[in-house]
Design a protein around this ligand. Structure first.
Ligand code: FES
Ligand code: FES
Length: 178
């Protein structure tokens, strides 16, 4: 039994402690916003915040996550209002969207410590791979999110259609996996 906090909820997961956190989140907690890209730490699609630090969940075991605070893309904001999410939509920095959750997590971690990043800062802190090549728009989006966080700009982008964060949160009681 592994006990951890996911998106501000205390969770117990009955899974092998050697299970990658990525699969514990997706299969044990039904939080499928965290994506499997490469499984070996290269792409960043699986990034989550662990105690506020953006880390690749394919490289962290469930046992290593014991007692830690995990934030997935579903928990970044309750209504997709995080400036990074708003700016990614507003700057159309999303094509297929597969890389987007990991990018949003990495960008949120960067902006939490530096709300005025240079393109070089962004390249270093958001090394995520995007097969659709949204990189120029990504830089614009992260800098725009920073301006929102510094309160020199506002954005109100429409939320994406589909499963809402509230829908995802309702799936959480099914978290205990045998
Ligand atoms: S799936 Fe984890 S870095 Fe690619
Ligand atoms: S938007 Fe398609 S992989 Fe990045």
């Amino acid at each position: 039994m592994s006990r951890l906090t996911i998106n501000e909820r205390a969770v117990e997961l009955r899974m092998d402690p050697q299970t990658p956190l990525l699969w514990a989140l997706r299969d044990g907690a039904n939080l499928t916003g965290t994506k499997y890209g490469c499984g070996v730490g290269d792409c960043g699609a699986c990034m989550v915040l662990i105690d506020g630090q953006a880390l690749r969940s394919c490289l962290v075991t469930l046992g290593e996550a014991e007692g830690r605070n995990i934030t997935t893309i579903e928990g970044l904001s309750p209504d997709r209002s995080h400036p990074v999410q708003q700016a990614l939509v507003a700057e159309q920095a999303i094509q297929c969207g597969f890389c987007t959750p990991g990018i949003a997590i990495a960008a949120a971690a960067l902006l939490a410590r530096n709300a005025d990043p240079t393109p070089e800062d962004i390249a270093a802190a958001v090394p995520n791979l995007c097969r659709c090549g949204v990189y120029p728009r990504l830089v614009r989006a992260v800098q725009r999110a920073g301006r929102v966080m510094r309160r020199v700009e506002t954005i109100s982008a429409a939320p994406a259609p589909g499963l809402t964060p509230q829908d995802a949160a309702r799936a959480v009681p099914a978290m205990k996996a045998e």
